[in-house]
Design a protein around this ligand. Structure first.
Ligand code: KG4
Ligand code: ZN
Length: 328
């Protein structure tokens, strides 16, 4: 079995994945959303302190699995350096004390492998829309080893823009699920926001302009009624998703994907899922999504990726593992 650890942002999580059949035999996650919600976003030092308490608590639960372990896996990039260090330090300590090889996992590749939790086979080649708090990317995943970046954001990420809109409207953190909830009761035509880069042929994303349009709208409504808040959320969400769809339409014209996936925390958004599903149908592509509980950060996806790395003996020495906050 492989023990995997995730601490790249505000979720402390440990999973145990069985090597022979890819079965997830244990998974537990302690989220810090409540602690950060007062600040409208993740406070790195607070997050690190909470990981230092939560990770050892979860580790107690997995001690019975120690004799069966064959490797320790940990997210080492990208993420917040002070929180990544918490997981990496624990992984190093376990690797030394249990005399097990160490596997370093890129968090974004982990999100891709969230699609294959509990599944023995991967589905490749695969087009992927990765939408999280830190990234908005379209990727062509040809194999475990070959991932090509097709498009990325020029500024804010998709999930981050939801967080910032929620902060502007004082709705709490994380913004994604909250804005989506309010959007359901709102009129998407109430505010005339424009779709970013819609007249540009550029295959890239941008959310800072749309965020600014929302900021101006909130300034016009000092004490917004619940209906105004719902309308702003609905109008924002529609434009944010339309932006993704417009650029994906361009990409689908040149790339024929048989399989297309949405991964990352924001892939839980139902409006986004419905729009991408329609796009996939028009292009005869099959849509893949991870179970809702594995869209946001978790160690199960890290373990599923680590399983492939283990089969290929892609181990890293404890003195060689590096924490890279900003790398793909
Ligand atoms: O993948 P994730 O858990 O963490 C990162 O790797 O960043 O993604 C978290 C992000 C946050 O920005 C959160 O607001 C966003 O995903 N998110 C959503 C939804 N659920 C989470 N964004 C839009 N709609 C949602 N339903
Ligand atoms: Zn993530």
């Amino acid at each position: 079995m492989i023990l995997s650890i995730e601490s790249s942002c505000d979720d402390s999580s440990i999973a145990i994945t069985r090597i022979e059949d890819a079965k997830l035999v244990f998974h537990r996650k302690i989220s810090q959303e409540l602690e950060h919600s007062n600040y409208g976003g993740v406070v790195p030092e607070l997050a690190a302190r909470l990981h230092a308490k939560a990770l050892p608590d979860i580790l107690e639960d997995v001690k019975p699995y120690f004799p069966k372990l064959k490797a320790i896996a940990v997210t080492n990039e990208p993420g917040l350096s002070v929180t990544l260090v918490e997981g990496v330090s624990m992984a190093k300590a376990l690797s030394i004390s249990l005399n097990l090889p160490l596997i370093a996992v890129n968090h974004l590749k982990g999100h891709i492998y969230s699609l294959f939790i509990d599944k023995q086979e991967e589905t490749f080649p695969l087009g992927v829309l990765l939408v999280s708090g830190g990234h908005t990317q379209v990727l062509h995943v040809k194999s475990f080893h070959e991932i090509n970046l097709i498009a990325t954001t020029l500024d804010d990420s998709f999930g981050e823009s939801f967080d910032k809109v929620a902060k502007m409207l004082q709705l709490g953190y994380p913004g994604g699920p909250i804005v989506e909830k309010y959007a359901k009761k709102g009129d998407a035509k109430a505010f005339g926001f424009t779709v970013p880069l819609s007249n540009s042929g550029q295959i890239a994303f941008s959310y800072s302009g749309l965020k600014n349009q929302v900021r101006l709208a909130t300034l016009e409504h000092e004490n917004p009624s619940e209906q105004i808040i719902c309308d702003i959320c609905a109008s924002f969400q529609e434009k944010a998703v339309t932006h993704l769809v417009q650029k994906l339409k361009k990409i689908f014209k040149t790339q024929k994907f048989k399989n297309f996936a949405i991964v990352g925390g924001a892939s839980a958004n139902q409006y986004l899922r419905a729009q991408i599903e329609a796009l996939c149908e028009q292009n005869s592509a099959q849509l893949l999504v991870a179970p809702l509980e594995f869209c946001s950060d978790n160690a199960a996806m890290i373990g599923r990726y680590a399983l492939e790395a283990y089969k290929q003996k892609l181990f890293v020495g404890i003195d060689d593992i590096r924490v890279n906050p900003k790398l793909l």
